[in-house]
Design a binder for this molecule. Sequence first.
Ligand SMILES: Cc1cc2nc3c(=O)[nH]c(=O)nc-3n(C[C@H](O)[C@H](O)[C@H](O)COP(=O)(O)OP(=O)(O)OC[C@H]3O[C@@H](n4cnc5c(N)ncnc54)[C@H](O)[C@@H]3O)c2cc1C
Length: 427
Amino acid sequence: MIGADATDKRPHIVIIGAGFAGLKAAKGLKGEKVKITILDRNNYHLFQPLLYQVATATIAPDTIVYPTRALLRGQKNVRFRQTEVIDIDVSKQRVITADGELSYQYLVIAPGSETNFFSLSALAEHSVGLKNIDQAIVIRNRVLALFELAARESDPAKRRGMLTFVVVGGGPAGVELAGALSELIHTVLVKDYPELNFVETRVVLLEAGQGLLPAMPEKLQRDAAAALRQKGVEVILRGAVADYDGEAVTLKNGEVLLCRTLLWAAGVRASKLIEKLGFGTAGQKRAPVASTLQVEGHPKIFIAGDAAHIEGKKGPLPMTAVVALQSGSHVARNIKHLLHGRKPEPFRFRDLGSMAMIGRHAAVGRLPGANIRGFIPWLLLLAVHLLKLTGIRNRLSLLGNWLWGYLCNDKPVRTMIRGCDSCWKEE
Ligand SMILES: Cc1cc2nc3c(=O)[nH]c(=O)nc-3n(C[C@H](O)[C@H](O)[C@H](O)COP(=O)(O)OP(=O)(O)OC[C@H]3O[C@@H](n4cnc5c(N)ncnc54)[C@H](O)[C@@H]3O)c2cc1C
């Protein structure tokens, strides 16, 4: 049993995942007479909403990650372990990790989500998702590497394939990535590569449905598409992908686009760990939970964040940071209720709206009581990200990069430093 201390009689709470939900649950238990162990495969917390800015050379990767141990400093009842959680033995109340087992009195499962390729194996092999920091670095390096290759390629057809970037998925992640990529190409790389003819560059956003940002009102969906087109993105609606072989993407309507880069932002599903646990899976392979966020039949096990299928007033809650933070906080409250002999309370989600960045001076937002677009939501979204980002150093670094980029019309992080050799797909 790893880290077991027979003399410590405090209830042991194990939290799987140091993402938004897991950390919020740990912080919510600060000061309680419990022992908390938080487990994560990475030694850092990642701020996923700004991954697209790393992928498009706007900010440095270490701006949006923060060492988990540093985040937990000052909370005496918590310990962190970097390890991969493999399974849970519910009957023995044990978590099985790559480095041994841990017993728990209460368990919080918050392993988040991963890219969903919907069993399209060719897509999984040849495209890149945008769910972790390694993928963001891979995308940035790949875009820059392809511009280098194109600059020395004499065959125009091959060159066009290299300079065509297809983003699949018209949700917030796809919209933000396509907008930022187009800005990188048309405002910065255009100055770096005088030998290239930028008429040959394309950023294409494919969305299988009728409109972008399906969770937004129709008017904002149309505004988002118009703003992206103005920034040079070709928006193709009802453009479902059938296949991709690394050279050409084939749409279900038979259309073929030559492209060496396909960025997949078309779907997420709960972490594969959830399927393994046997609590059942609902939409996006999330585990269904009771209104108290407990697993039915297992009152000492809670699930929070992207991994939980939580019923809201208008259907299942989306996989967002806001839901993760609120559900993580609620799990901590309910564990405290149980520790003090009280009944757990049902979770009530407070919908604060949603926003999506399209590019410089352009964003759309659905706020309680108002739909907004243009400069104001752009500024608001920047402010929200700045305030929500973890760590003062990271905030200063983010602000510095943004100010430099804004004032100099630049995307300054254009160095091809490899972040993860195993993720790198060689040309
Ligand atoms: C590109 C992108 C943009 C986004 N933009 C927004 C936005 O603008 N607004 C918004 O509200 N939301 C946004 N989201 C969604 C938001 O980031 C997620 O909903 C949120 O991160 C979910 O939090 P979580 O705690 O459930 O999971 P995560 O934050 O993903 O944390 C899960 C943690 O569990 C760890 N883990 C997973 N499996 C294991 C295992 N087996 N063993 C050990 N550790 C494990 C992971 O390493 C990770 O640290 C965006 C997401 C992406 C990808």
